[in-house]
Design a protein around this ligand. Structure first.
Ligand code: HEM
Length: 309
């Protein structure tokens, strides 16, 4: 999954470069071992796709420093876990550090892809933009004493923004989501056997248009449905599988929600987003979203920000 994300993040123009490294990528496993090795980073660094590796430098120093901290001073986080278990990793301490760095980088990458979806969708829906703008105005009024700071409670209270994010991401899901490599023959409940060595994935595109979950207009953009149905972005049930489900729910769900809400709030408070996309002018019907327009007009190069002041 992570590599599917990075392809989207880097964009088609450099997919060719990435393909050069096909030999070091193993896309057939959920968590490929090779992605955690230095080879990939070094290769990407050489062609200028990524910058110097300061994160790894920091993690290396920090794990060494933490090994000497008295127990009452040790933070309960993943870096500490690695420091405390350095014996287990032995000479390969680099392995968990690279993996951790990779999670952080991919986390940033995935947030940026979702923000991209959201900003394009906003640009196409001036009426929704006004409604979200009004919600921001009320929030600013309520939290006037906080100046330009936006407290967590304020983000929690932004129900329209919550619903807008959820609806946009619901309609943007692709047909291949959280792919898995099948290590052994697996019989599913309807008797079908998935043979060993297959790749399977969840069709979130169809799932998110299921009328039994989202109502008759499941294929349309109707962001207030989530408010009517009492659904929130934090949910992790069949109405919201964007964070996955079960035991593998995204470890940074809340962090991502707050970051996305914060960034969108700041944008909405300060700018109007307009699109050069001609589709916007006749997008009155809710039958489409920026993903179903399926056109390069919906790229961010077609957008411009106009200051509210
Ligand atoms: C809008 C942003 C994000 C979305 C939509 C998202 C979505 C997901 C999904 C669908 C999974 C399950 C993947 C699978 O099982 O194959 C997942 C897992 C995970 N995500 Fe996120 N993610 C986001 C941001 C982040 C960020 C920013 C980080 C870290 C800084 C992060 C860290 C993780 C980790 C560590 C897991 C594995 C959890 C486990 O297997 O127990 N995610 N995420």
């Amino acid at each position: 999954m992570t590599f599917a994300i990075s392809f989207r993040y880097f964009g088609p123009h450099i997919v060719k470069d990435i393909e050069l490294f096909g030999s070091v990528l193993d896309l057939t496993e959920k968590t490929s071992k090779v992605i955690a090795e230095e080879t990939l980073y070094t290769s990407l660094y050489k062609v200028g796709i990524v910058g110097k590796n300061h994160i790894l430098e920091y993690l290396e120093l920090e794990t060494q420093r933490r090994a000497y901290l008295p127990s009452y001073q040790k933070p309960r986080d993943i870096v500490q876990y690695i420091a405390d278990n350095s014996d287990t990793f032995g000479m390969n301490i680099q392995y968990p550090l690279h993996s951790l760095q990779f999670v952080m980088e991919m986390g940033v990458a995935i947030i940026s892809t979702r923000l991209h979806n959201l900003i394009v969708e906003l640009s196409l829906r001036p009426q929704v933009y006004d409604e979200l703008g009004e919600e921001q105005r009320l929030s600013m009024e309520k939290y006037l004493d906080n100046g330009s700071l936006i407290p967590f409670e304020a983000l929690d209270e932004m129900v329209l923004l919550d619903a807008f994010i959820k609806e946009t991401i619901r309609l943007a899901g692709s047909s291949s989501f959280i792919p898995r490599y099948v290590c052994q023959d697996f019989v599913v409940s309807n008797g079908v056997t998935i043979p060993k060595n297959s790749l399977v994935s969840f069709n979130i595109y169809s799932h998110n248009r299921d009328t039994s979950i989202f109502g008759k207009n499941a294929s349309e953009f109707d962001y207030k449905r989530h408010i009517r149905l009492g659904l929130k972005l934090t949910d992790t049930d069949s109405s919201n599988v964007m964070w996955s489900a079960g035991t593998e729910v995204c470890a940074a769900k809340l962090y991502s929600i707050y970051i996305i809400k914060l960034i969108l709030s700041l944008i909405i408070r300060n700018y109007y987003i307009r699109s050069h996309c001609p589709i916007a002018s006749h997008l009155d019907s809710n039958k489409t979203s920026h993903y179903s327009t399926n056109t390069d007009l919906s790229r961010n190069s077609g957008l411009y920000f106009v200051s509210r002041n």
